[in-house]
Design a protein around this ligand. Structure first.
Ligand SMILES: [Zn+2]
Length: 263
């Protein structure tokens, strides 16, 4: 759900609380696991620091109230600024992207027990530019350093987050690399791309379905080795990806003991 004047062409346009309420109910009627709104643009501002925000507090609150009736979470596409303040204070559960979250925003997220869904790879990785418009490429280049330091602050803050993407397809493992480079622990990043992401999306029975070998070591390197199921690299957390599904609990326990869950 977005407002008629933003963000872009993603989502369905709405104006006024009653339109949001109707779509929220229609989504729940169709069995939605969560409700999502678009609060801000997708890219940080090129000039100045003002971040536009499109939803009124009443519109946000209406979606949150409707979701509460079915005990569903509300997530919001929101990079920062006043839109983030409004979403968090009105009860949104997950802030997606948060590229521009500042110290006050982090404090607020902590205070309200909100979670983040970080998707910073699209800004941090120059190879992601091939998926973007020329204007967005320009914006990414200007924002790269700021996005790195913002992510470092998030890692230090202790705020709960997941790692994901909506525009960096096939390259999610690099989000792991960036999170580790910015100060997250290897083991936690494994949770962030699996179990924590599932929690954000309200999945109750969490399984890791895997195919390949993913590693993130203490130096921040990360990569995929689909054809190297038995290799061992010192100081690394390993998850051996197979065609089987295993419980996250077993996966984490195996990693802690330095074993591969499957060979
Ligand atoms: Zn988004």
């Amino acid at each position: 759900m977005r407002c008629i004047h933003g963000h872009g062409f993603v989502g369905v346009p709405h104006s006024g609380a009653e339109e949001f309420r109707r779509t929220a109910r229609e989504n729940m009627l169709q069995g939605a696991d969560l409700l999502k709104t678009f609060a801000t643009p997708g890219m940080p501002p090129i000039n100045g620091s003002f971040i536009p925000h499109f939803l009124t507090r009443e519109e946000i609150r209406t979606v949150v109230e409707e979701a509460a009736g079915k005990n569903l979470p509300v997530v919001s596409h929101c990079i920062g600024g006043q839109g983030l303040v409004d979403c968090v204070e009105e009860g949104v559960d997950v802030i997606e992207h948060a590229y521009c979250i500042d110290d006050a925003g982090l404090e607020l997220v902590t205070k309200y027990g909100c979670r983040l869904d970080l998707t910073s790879g699209i800004l941090l990785d120059p190879s992601g530019e091939e998926f973007l418009s020329p204007a967005s490429v320009d914006c990414c280049r200007r924002m790269r350093d700021a996005a790195f330091s913002c992510m470092e602050k998030v890692m230090k803050s202790g705020v709960k987050f997941a790692l994901g993407t909506d525009a960096y397809h096939g390259l999610l493992y690099r989000e792991v690399k960036y999170a580790v480079q910015c100060g997250a622990s290897s083991l936690n990043t494994m949770k962030d791309v699996t179990v924590n992401a599932a929690k954000n999306a309200s999945c109750r029975r969490i399984k890791a379905t895997i195919g390949g070998l993913l590693y993130a070591n203490k130096k921040g390197a990360a990569g995929m080795f689909p054809a190297a199921p038995n290799c061992v690299i010192k100081n690394s957390v390993f998850i051996c990806f197979t065609q089987k599904s295993i419980s996250m609990k077993r996966l984490i326990r195996s990693c802690k003991h330095g074993q591969l869950p499957f060979r």
